[in-house]
Design a protein. Structure first.
Length: 93
């Protein structure tokens, strides 16, 4: 049962990692479409930096996968996707 569970976790981690680029692209698209105004420049600049930092964390997921830490990779990928969803929600306001 353990090898099957390990493979299941590995596949879930790989799927979560594969979803990150699309989420990054969607978040960046929303960022570009966000209204620009006097009070929003700084906030949008901070969001852009956060998108870039979050996207850069993909390498940590890949390294965890390559190192056999499938559960850690899955958790990190879910964290990244959650952060991107949070940024999307913020941009919709």
């Amino acid at each position: 049962a353990a090898p099957a569970k390990k493979e299941e976790v590995k596949q879930a981690a790989e799927a979560a990692l594969a979803a990150i680029p699309a989420e990054v692209k969607a978040t960046e698209k929303m960022w570009r479409a966000a209204p620009r105004g006097k009070g929003t420049r700084e906030a949008l600049a901070m969001i852009k930096e956060e998108i870039e930092r979050t996207a850069a964390m993909q390498s940590q997921v890949q390294a965890a996968l390559e190192g056999g830490d499938y559960l850690g990779a899955q958790q990190k990928a879910q964290e990244i996707n959650g952060k991107l969803k949070s940024l999307q929600n913020e941009l919709q306001r």
